[in-house]
Design a protein around this ligand. Structure first.
Ligand code: MG
Ligand code: FE
Length: 168
């Protein structure tokens, strides 16, 4: 295995762990939302997209010769910069989660841009195609979050003003 393909393989494994982490961040959020149905719907859409992203990474990992025992351990291995995400106790958790999700999507965008640089370098057209699909979904989600920071913040403020107790 060349150095480039070994860097690429470890990048794929990290992306796989990252996507499992994405599910473990989004699923509890969606289950707690009560007053922001538009956020819940978009998160549900992105959870479904993320499940497909994981299957694309599985295909690429199979093709890159990763063995199954490695794959089973990856879900637990993503413990880096994103570990502190998730604000489930603060009254303004919907607002803080919008910051955390915005940061997470940009982490994912960077990870896929890095993997795409390697896939392009190796001339792997199938990997470029699948990774580009994942990248586009992260960019769409990041753009949606970007547009929704203001409305979600103002909706939170309006609920506070009417004394709504269930703010999340
Ligand atoms: Mg993702
Ligand atoms: Fe994402």
């Amino acid at each position: 295995m060349t150095e480039v393909s070994s860097i690429y393989l470890s990048g794929l494994k990290n992306a796989h762990a990252m996507e499992n982490q994405a599910l473990s961040i989004m699923k509890p959020q969606v289950s707690r939302i009560e007053n922001y149905p538009q956020v819940a719907r978009r998160l549900e859409q992105h959870i479904a997209e993320t499940e497909v992203q994981i299957s694309r990474l599985d295909q690429l990992l199979d093709g890159a010769g990763a063995d199954n025992s490695t794959l089973k351990d990856m879900a637990l291995s993503f413990t880096g910069a994103m570990a502190a995400l998730g604000h489930t106790v603060a009254p303004d958790e919907i607002v803080k989660n919008s910051f955390a999700n915005y940061a997470f999507e940009h982490f994912e965008i960077a990870a896929y841009k890095s993997l795409l640089a390697l896939a392009n370098h190796m001339g792997d057209a199938r990997a470029v195609d699948l990774l580009t699909q994942n990248l586009r979904e992260e960019q769409d989600m990041a753009a949606w979050l970007d547009e929704n920071i203001e409305p979600v913040t103002l909706q939170y403020a309006a609920l506070r003003e009417v004394g709504e107790t269930a703010k999340r």
